[in-house]
Ligand binder design. Structure first.
Ligand code: PLP
Length: 456
């Protein structure tokens, strides 16, 4: 059998892909008829496909390639580590330098007293750790009934049974009998879709106070933690009103509820600070990290926990861990990624250069007839598509139909945006340069014009 390589004709690669590869979050039948686009290499913010097309990746892969593609330093860090120590675990009284060094670095970088790291291979695993950790923490403190975790509708925290239960996607719960017990969902702070006549500020307070109502209803002795993404990413880049997070923080403090900030997307420069918690003034007890931790070059995630949580957990033998917790190669890649973020001042680049320029272009999209709100924090942005901005109306077609038409047109114009229902979102690499930003908006604007004609 001949080897399958980048040099094979696209149709042949697509045929083999359809024959044997099950894609995540995809109806594989329809995809197999159309054929998946085959990505062969990438550099900076550009992907190249098997037909030689250059595609501007305004989504950083799955919101993860923060430093951009093609950084040899990370490949070299992986090769060095693979030669020296490709694998060892940290379960049974052993450790290794990459895990020590990465945990030390994260303790320095994370805000407040988040000084202790439990590693995983990605965000779903890390959130599963969080479920078991907060319940174990409260049990160790003599409160075994304090185990309900409150999350939000339309949140995304991963795809495993636990993390998808934390998430608030009804269509995910419908598959596989979710959620698991003792997870409760309150409403999301999505002002555009659900704010009605309230101002964003009033709405932010109202939605945060649903947390307090839920705690009072269930009893604070039953509620272990609240989990939230500083900005809901996969839910459509829902940037909460300014009043939201301070009120959530106040409520968590008042009722002694652990606050988990899921920073899988918002971490590592995305919002113009190293962490979204800094952008929104959140003081989490636990922070979930993944994606930008290694810029997607190697699978790694984790939970960074406070001194207090770690002190209680230190007295427990926590029966939890993954074969790849703190994987030495992934940890070495993550360390190198963090070194580049710091040395090349990438967070400053977001704040001072990239985000202001993207913002200027992004807000102008509301001049377009189909674009209702345009919101942006750092390099994470969304627009809501609507047939009538004045009433914030929804399209008559099934939710997501217009969004998917727009997204497909973007794809054919070689710019990757994602559609989430009828919202379009971007999260480009944090290293994106002004010329690439101009090119990104040339392609986005052209696509939106074409989409408007297609939809009429
Ligand atoms: N949490 C958030 C906020 C995410 O956006 C994601 C993935 O998109 C996850 C958790 C799950 O991470 P992973 O896909 O690495 O398991």
């Amino acid at each position: 059998m001949s080897a399958i390589t980048n040099h094979m004709p696209t149709e042949e690669l697509q045929r083999l892909d359809a024959a044997h590869h099950m894609h995540p979050f995809t109806a594989n039948g329809p995809l197999s008829k159309k054929g998946a686009r085959v990505i062969t290499r990438a550099k900076g913010v550009y992907l190249t496909d098997s037909d030689g097309e250059q595609i501007l990746d305004a989504m950083s892969g799955l919101w993860c390639v923060n430093i951009g593609y093609g950084r040899d330093e990370l490949a070299e860090a992986a090769a060095r580590q693979m030669k020296e120590l490709p694998y060892y675990n940290t379960f049974f009284q052993t450790t290794h330098v990459p895990a020590i060094a990465l945990a030390d670095k994260l303790a320095q970088l994370a805000p407040g007293d988040l000084n202790h790291v439990f590693f995983a291979a990605g965000g779903s695993e890390a959130n599963d750790t969080n479920i078991r950790m907060v319940r174990t923490y409260w049990a160790a403190k003599g409160k075994p009934d304090k185990k309900v975790i409150i999350s939000r509708k339309n949140a995304y925290h991963g795809s495993s049974m636990g993390s998808a239960s934390l998430g608030g996607m009804g269509y995910m719960h419908a598959q596989g009998g979710l959620p698991i017990p003792d997870i409760h969902h309150i409403n999301q702070p999505n002002w555009w879709a659900e704010g009605g006549d309230m101002t964003p500020e009033e709405f932010g307070l109202a939605r945060a106070r649903e947390l307090e109502e839920a705690i009072l209803e269930m009893g604070e002795d039953r509620v272990a933690a609240f989990i939230g993404e500083p900005i809901q990413g996969a839910g459509g880049v829902i940037i909460p009103p300014e009043t939201y997070w301070p009120e959530i923080q106040r409520i968590c403090d008042k009722y002694e509820i652990l606050l988990i900030a899921d920073e899988v997307i918002t971490g590592f420069g995305r919002t113009g600070n190293l962490f979204g918690s800094q952008t929104f003034g959140i003081r989490p007890d636990i922070m979930t990290i993944a994606k930008g931790l290694s810029s997607g070059y190697a699978p790694i995630g984790g939970s960074i926990v406070s001194d207090e949580v770690a002190a209680v957990m230190a007295e427990v033998e926590f029966s939890h861990g993954y074969t790849y917790s703190g994987h030495p190669v992934a940890a070495a890649v993550a360390l190198e990624n963090l070194r580049l973020i710091e040395e090349e001042k990438m967070v400053e680049h977001v704040r001072d250069t990239a985000a202001p320029l993207v913002r200027e272009h992004w807000l102008k999209l509301t001049e377009h007839e189909m674009v209702g709100e345009a919101v942006i924090t750092g390099l994470m942005a969304s627009i809501a598509l609507t047939p009538d901005k004045s009433t914030r109306a929804k399209f008559a077609s099934d939710p997501g139909t217009v969004g998917s038409i727009c997204r497909d047109i973007c794809f054919s114009n070689n710019v990757i945006m994602r559609h989430i229902g009828d919202r379009l979102v971007i999260a480009p690499p944090i290293t994106i340069t002004p010329p690439d930003i101009e090119e990104m908006f040339t392609r986005i604007n052209r696509s939106l014009e074409q989409a408007a004609s297609a939809i009429k």
